[in-house]
Design a protein around this ligand. Structure first.
Ligand SMILES: [Zn+2]
Length: 195
């Protein structure tokens, strides 16, 4: 017998030792209660998705995302070069917001998820602190919102100039999807698991 809390509603259950493949379900809310074995699996899923997001992040911000043709001139820009251009032209507020919310915070979140899901690396106290930081950062990491804003901008731009989408769009969408999967599969209880 061991005691386990439902991670959804917090109800404590006394669990008999489960056979592999068996699943315990909360009697109050019906959420599956994770046992040590499946936590290990969920942690490696999170690690894999976070790693994929980290790899995809670089082409997403460095490759050209947009190619604009205006009066015979072609101009390519990536998220990073576009942001740097904004800052150089003195648009500190807009440039700073884009840099912080679509580059710095998402990258921090991915790195922290990766660090937390690689269970053996960190000491418990350090993990708890990292988890708290990640929860705050996660609220403000808004790549998906930026993606939406970008699409709205494209629809408006469509009437004015001719444009082509760059390869960064694919990387960006895949990166957003991967970091979402990493967040969804992440089980905070798993980081304090002993076995
Ligand atoms: Zn429950």
């Amino acid at each position: 017998m061991e005691h386990r809390a439902c991670h959804c509603c917090g109800l404590i259950h006394r669990l008999p030792s489960l056979m592999p493949g068996q699943q315990a379900v909360c009697t109050r809310c019906g959420t599956g209660i994770s046992v040590p074995g499946c936590r290990r699996v969920s942690a490696s899923r999170t690690a894999a998705a976070a790693f994929a997001a980290l790899v995809l992040f670089w082409p997403a911000i460095l490759c050209p995302i947009l190619q604009i043709e205006k009066l015979g001139h072609q101009q390519q820009s990536s998220i990073l070069s576009g942001t740097v251009e904004l800052l150089c032209h003195g648009n500190w507020l807009v440039g700073g917001i884009v840099l912080l919310f679509s580059v710095v915070l998402p990258l921090t979140k991915i790195m922290l998820l990766l660090e937390l899901s690689l269970l053996e690396v960190l000491h418990r106290r350090h993990k708890a602190l990292t988890l708290r930081i990640m929860e705050h950062v996660g609220k403000w990491s808004m790549m998906d919102v930026m993606l939406l804003a970008f699409l709205v901008m494209l629809v408006k731009l469509g009437n004015l100039v001719e444009f082509h989408l760059g390869p960064a769009v694919v990387a960006f969408i895949a990166c957003v999807a991967m970091s979402m999967i990493a967040s969804l599969t992440f089980d905070p209880h798993a980081i304090f698991e002993d076995s």
